[in-house]
Design a binder for this molecule. Structure first.
Ligand code: ATP
Ligand code: MG
Length: 379
């Protein structure tokens, strides 16, 4: 192989964080971004609309493989690329299940995988019947277009979702109702599968969500039995092989109070639960993703230290881009690795993260949270 050229669709922080390993490996890395000044604009960037077949096809001619920063590219656009011989990784037939949570539930049911009780909802009557079956409370989701907890709601009656039910065509004609899982914690199993079907899993992690948005990730997930670890990596492998996933696959899961391990959702790209791998693992999820979609051998997923803790930096207002507080944060928290994504500041927006690796979990937690607090509050 002389030159290896990867094109990522989407100019967000995930494409941005693929750039350093692409540079280290000497790959040609290009980004198809939705606008100028995107988070990934550090890479060679073309700006365009990913809904337009012709424009995406032109971009694809300049690379050897197309991959993704997000899962929103219409399947028809990807099928068109594939029909003309472009290597799309993950392929459209796999990505379809990351685009639509209802299709994902249907497909994983066929694989016999453990999930919360769920039902496809088309009418208020169906929703009320499901809520009654679930003892008066359920989780309702829009099957497409949700992220960071948008598109997820607790419902106690169909009236709680009248806006979604009235516009149900916008969500593909159906909603997804789920059992409200009584969980002790949320977990994520990150893995990668190459175009040669090589599979590698990182250690299971614990993820903590605030208002539906990932806030803290602890690697490896504390207090995990060998049986749990075996079970979650087996689930990831079954999904990766069964759906024909290539690249990084994140499987979000619940550990229910009654001991069940239940799959929440899938992402077929580097994922927030895997940012710790940049400093915490021998091979980061971003490097592994590039290797996997190019059909190169995968790297070791071993931890470099016993623990890694990642804390997300969500925007507080329109002025704080966190860079203003680097001085104080760096002076006080020398073990903290600071990451910002070059995004305009906005309340609630994922704008960066902090990672600390250590042989002490208590230290990693305190140092990462301490550094994040300085960046967020400036004190
Ligand atoms: N069935 C459920 N039972 C209990 N809590 C749930 C359920 N489904 C989702 N949640 C809570 O809502 C959060 C967001 O749900 P989900 O991951 O489906 O949405 P999303 O908006 O796609 O998230 P992401 O931020 O991962 O893009 C979950 O992390 C979990 O805390
Ligand atoms: Mg999620």
């Amino acid at each position: 192989m002389s030159s290896l050229r990867v094109g990522a669709i989407g100019g967000g922080q995930l494409a941005r964080m693929m750039t350093p390993p692409a540079i280290h490996l000497g790959l040609e890395f290009k980004v198809f971004a939705e606008s100028e000044g995107s988070s990934a604009a550090l890479a060679a960037t073309q700006v365009g609309d990913y809904n337009l077949v012709e424009v995406v096809a032109d971009f694809a001619k300049t690379v050897d493989v197309i991959t993704f920063d997000h899962e929103h590219v219409p399947l028809a656009v990807l099928e068109n690329l594939e029909a003309s011989g472009v290597s799309v990784q993950p392929p459209s037939k796999a990505l379809a299940f990351a685009q639509n949570k209802l299709h994902m539930r249907q497909r994983l049911s066929l694989l016999g995988l453990p999930m919360p009780a769920w039902s496809e909802i088309k009418t208020a009557e169906e929703l009320d019947a499901f809520i009654a079956q679930q003892n008066g409370v359920a989780i309702l989701k829009t099957p497409i277009g949700g992220y960071d907890g948008k598109g997820v709601r607790v419902v106690r009656a169909s009236a709680d979702a009248s806006d979604w039910l009235q516009n149900i065509e916008n969500f593909g004609g159906s909603l997804l109702a789920e059992e409200k899982v009584d969980f002790v914690r949320e977990l994520a199993q990150l893995s990668a599968r190459s175009t040669n079907a090589e599979f590698a899993a990182w250690p299971l992690v614990e993820t903590q969500q605030v208002d539906g948005v990932c806030s803290v990730v602890i690697a490896p997930a504390p207090r995990s039995t060998g049986a749990l670890l075996e079970r979650t990596s087996e689930i990831a492998k079954t999904i990766a092989d069964g759906l024909g996933v290539t690249g990084v696959l994140a499987v979000e899961m619940f550990e229910a109070r009654d001991g069940r391990i239940l799959i929440n959702e899938l992402a077929m790209r580097p994922h927030n639960s895997g940012h710790f791998t940049i400093e915490g693992s021998v091979t980061s999820q971003f490097e592994q993703h590039l290797r996997a979609v190019l059909g190169l051998p995968l790297g070791s997923t071993a931890m470099r230290e016993d623990y890694a803790v990642m804390v997300n930096l969500l925007g507080v207002d329109e002025n704080n881009t966190f860079v203003e507080h680097f001085d104080k944060a760096m002076a006080r928290h020398k073990a903290a690795k600071l990451h910002t994504y070059g995004k305009a500041a906005r309340r609630g927006r994922k704008m960066g993260h902090v990672t600390v690796v250590s042989d002490s979990l208590d230290f990693a937690l305190a140092e990462a949270k301490g550094a994040a607090a300085v960046l967020l509050q400036g004190i």
